[in-house]
Design a protein around this ligand. Structure first.
Ligand code: ZN
Length: 452
C-alpha cells in the first residue's frame, strides 16, 4: 500500500522538478545538487506523512481511546491537524482528537504512538540544535541549522529551547557513571604496575555577565564574574590525557567545593594516585583537600613560574640577560624543592626600584604559603602532573571559546545552562542527558497538547 502511494508521490515530485532539469544547457554537478537539495524535503516529508498514514492506520481510524491520565474510555471528538518538523522536513498530520470529560485533558493517540515531542520540532531536530548551539553563537547556529536541514530554528527559539533543556539538569546527570569511570581508569592502567595518576585541577575563568533587565526593561551594567570549576583527568602513557569530568558554573567557592565532593563520591580512590593541582588561591586548595584528603598537593608549575617572571621583570627591568639567568636558576632550585633556599635569596635581594620591594615581599609570602606544594622533582619522579595545563585548556575550551565573544553578556542562568551543555559534551554524557530529557518530555506530553 505504501509502495503504491510512494510511487505516485515520487511521480508528482519529478513533475515539479522537470522544468528545471530539462533546460537547454547541460547542468553541472553543482547545479544538479542544488536543484535536488531545494526540493529534497518536499519529497521526503510527503513520503513520511504518507508512511505514517499507512503504518499507523489503526490508530488513525480509532473511535474510542483510553484517557492517558485516568484510563476512562473517551469518544473521538473530531479530526484535528498538527504540523510537525523532523529532519525529513515539515509534515501535516490529520488525526483524531479525544477529550476526557473527567480530567479535561485533550489528547491524540497518534501523538502518543509516535512519541511526538510537544514542540513542533521533533527530537531529532532538537538534538541536532544542541550540537550547533554548543559550538557557536545563536545567530550563527540558526543560520547553519537552516542551511543543513532546510528547517528554520530562530535565534530566540533556540535560546528558549536550551533554557528549557538545561533548566532541570543536575551535576549528577552530566557526570559519567561509576562504571564508566572505573572502565576509563582500567583502560589507562593497562598492564602497568602502578596505579594511574588522577589529576584534579580547580580554577576560575572570568566571564562577561549581566543582571536581569529592570522593570523598565533597562539593562544594568555588565560585569565579569568568575566561572569556578574543575577538571578531572587521567594521565595515560606518553602523557596522554584521558578526560573524566569537567564541571564549570558561575558559582561561589562553597558551591564549587560541594560539587567537587559529589564527583569525589564517584571516584574509586584506591585505584588511582591523586594529584591536586592549582594556583595560589586559598578557596581552590580548600575545595580540593576537602574532597580528596588523600591527594598530593602540587602548586601549578606555570602559575609559579609566572610569579618568578613577574619579579624578574620589575627587579631586572633593564638587564634582560640577568633577568633570564635569575629565572632559570630560581626555577631549577624550585624544581628540586629548594624552596627555603630561594626564599633566603629573596630576603637578601636588594630591591632596585620601589615597586620591586613590594614584589619581593609578595613572592616570599607566596612561596612560603605553598612550600609543601613545590617539590616538583619529587612529584615528577612519582609520575604526578606538575602543571595544570589541563585545567587551563578546559577553561579555554569550555568557557572562553563559546562564551567570551564580543557583545555577549550572559545572564547567570543562561550562562550556567550553556556551561552545563558544554560540560556534558566533553564528558561524553550529552546523549544520556538528552534521553532523560526526552523521557521527561514524554511524561508531560499530553499536557502540552498542541503547543508548537
Ligand atoms: Zn481522564
Amino acid at each position: 500500500m505504501f509502495r503504491d502511494k510512494a510511487h505516485s508521490i515520487t511521480d508528482k515530485w519529478v513533475d515539479t522538478l522537470a522544468p528545471a532539469l530539462l533546460g537547454d544547457k547541460p547542468l553541472t554537478m553543482e547545479e544538479i545538487s542544488s536543484l535536488f537539495e531545494e526540493k529534497k524535503t518536499e519529497l521526503l516529508s510527503a513520503l513520511v506523512t504518507d508512511f505514517i498514514g499507512v503504518h499507523h492506520q489503526e490508530v488513525l481510524e480509532q473511535q474510542s481511546a483510553a484517557c492517558p491520565e485516568c484510563g476512562r474510555s473517551c469518544k473521538c471528538r473530531r479530526q484535528t491537524s498538527r504540523r510537525i518538523e523532523s529532519r525529513q522536513g515539515s509534515s501535516k498530520l490529520e488525526r483524531p482528537y479525544f477529550l476526557c470529560p473527567d480530567c479535561k485533558i485533550g489528547f491524540s493517540p497518534l501523538d502518543e504512538t509516535l512519541q511526538l515531542s510537544g514542540r513542533q520540532k521533533q527530537y531529532d531536530l532538537q538534538r541536532l540544535a544542541l550540537d550547533y548551539i554548543a559550538e557557536m553563537p545563536y545567530a550563527k547556529a540558526s543560520e547553519l541549522f537552516a542551511k543543513s536541514t532546510g528547517i528554520s530554528f530562530s535565534e530566540n527559539t533556540l535560546h528558549d529551547f536550551l533554557a528549557n533543556f538545561t533548566k532541570d539538569i543536575t551535576l549528577e546527570e552530566i557526570l559519567p557513571s561509576v562504571e564508566e569511570i572505573v572502565q576509563r581508569i582500567a583502560h589507562v592502567k593497562g598492564s602497568a604496575k602502578r596505579r594511574p595518576v588522577l589529576v584534579v585541577a580547580t580554577d576560575g575563568a572570568h566571564l562577561p555577565t549581566r543582571p536581569l533587565p529592570g522593570r523598565k526593561g533597562k539593562r544594568g551594567p555588565g560585569e565579569y564574574k568568575e566561572a569556578k570549576g574543575f577538571r578531572l583527568y587521567l594521565l595515560g602513557s606518553g602523557n596522554k590525557i584521558v578526560q573524566l569530568v569537567s564541571w564549570h558554573q558561575i558559582q561561589d567557592a562553597d558551591e564549587c567545593a560541594a560539587a567537587l565532593k559529589v564527583v569525589a563520591a564517584r571516584i574509586p580512590t584506591d585505584q588511582v594516585r591523586i594529584a591536586l593541582v592549582g594556583d595560589g588561591a586559598p578557596w581552590v586548595w580548600r575545595a580540593m583537600t576537602e574532597a580528596f584528603p588523600e591527594g598530593r598537593e602540587v602548586l601549578d608549575y606555570f602559575h609559579c613560574s609566572e610569579h618568578i617572571h613577574a619579579l624578574a621583570s620589575s627587579q631586572y627591568a633593564d638587564e634582560p640577560v640577568k633577568a633570564l639567568q635569575w629565572i632559570e636558576a630560581t626555577m631549577a632550585r624550585l624544581y628540586y624543592g629548594e624552596v627555603s633556599h630561594v626564599i633566603g635569596g629573596l630576603k637578601r635581594m636588594q630591591p632596585k626600584k620601589a615597586d620591586a620591594k613590594e614584589d619581593i615581599r609578595k613572592l616570599i609570602g607566596y612561596l612560603g604559603n605553598n612550600a609543601h606544594r613545590i617539590d616538583y622533582e619529587h612529584h615528577r619522579r612519582g609520575g604526578y602532573a606538575i602543571g595544570s595545563g589541563g585545567i587551563e585548556s578546559a577553561n579555554k575550551f569550555i568557557c572562553h571559546v563559546r562564551m567570551k565573544r564580543s557583545g555577549a553578556w550572559w545572564l547567570k542562568e543562561n550562562g550556567n545552562g550553556m556551561l552545563a551543555l558544554r560540560c556534558a559534551m566533553v564528558n561524553g554524557t550529552l546523549d544520556d542527558a538528552f534521553k532523560r530529557y526526552v523521557a521527561l518530555d514524554q511524561q508531560n506530553r499530553f499536557r502540552l497538547g498542541t503547543k508548537s
